[in-house]
Design a protein. Structure first.
Length: 229
């Protein structure tokens, strides 16, 4: 039997698609933001002189890297009794932050040890050196791998459908149930995911080029210094 496409179904159910898109965007943006923040915090803890903080950091990263996101969502939703949106946001942020932390560690490890020693010798505290010197350089270096994890947050937001959040993937199933036009609905959802992914990747390339230009820009000498030479 030949399948006959019927694309007007997308217009008929456009409200479901748009609602799913906005919810997906909400989960993605909020989840990615807190994933980055938590990743930076826990990886910075991993560089602490305190053995306790280092153990907590490593335990957090390893536990979350080795447990599926859907298990976290079920644990938060059914176990802790959180509402669906809080469970999804917390689960997404915690899950992706473990991978963000590994990206941040790569950036920190790429910075010469002498920069920390120079900062400490100039009178700054360890936290000040990390915040003002090490992290800005390290994060600029690891923009590409962090972008990959941000895109993973976008894709993993679809797992929120397992706790009945009406995000984009959930709505495609609804359209299929109403109209038996699952292929058309899935095609539209795929296009939306691709558009969001290309947007994030483009912003990443732009940010990387701006930070790179700022890092390597040669500033002209002041007139008084030129005269002095």
């Amino acid at each position: 039997m030949k399948y006959e496409f019927y694309w007007p179904v997308l217009w008929k159910y456009r409200d479901l698609l748009l609602e799913g898109l906005w919810i997906t965007l909400f989960l993605f943006v909020v989840g990615a933001f807190f994933a980055v923040v938590l990743g930076i915090i826990f990886r910075t803890m991993g560089t602490s002189r305190s053995r306790t903080l280092r153990i907590v950091s490593e335990a957090y990263v390893e536990v979350n890297r080795n447990t599926p996101l859907v298990v976290k969502l079920f644990f938060l939703y059914f176990g802790f009794g959180l509402d669906a949106y809080h469970a999804a946001l917390i689960g997404l942020a915690i899950h992706q932050s473990a991978y963000m932390a590994e990206s941040v560690r790569a950036g920190i490890d790429s910075i010469a040890v002498g920069q920390m020693e120079a900062g400490l010798s100039s009178g700054l505290t360890r936290i000040q050196v990390m915040r003002r010197i090490i992290l800005p350089q390290g994060l600029a270096i690891v923009i590409p791998p962090m972008t990959t994890q941000i895109l993973e947050t976008l894709k993993n937001s679809s797992i929120a459908m397992t706790i009945a959040i009406p995000e984009l993937t959930f709505q495609t199933q609804q359209i299929e149930a109403y109209s038996f036009r699952g292929f058309e609905a899935a095609t539209a959802a795929t296009g939306m995911y691709l558009a969001l992914g290309f947007l994030v990747a483009g912003l990443s390339v732009w940010l990387e080029s701006r930070l790179g230009a700022r890092r390597f820009r040669i500033r002209p000498l002041k007139p008084d210094l030129v005269a002095a030479t």
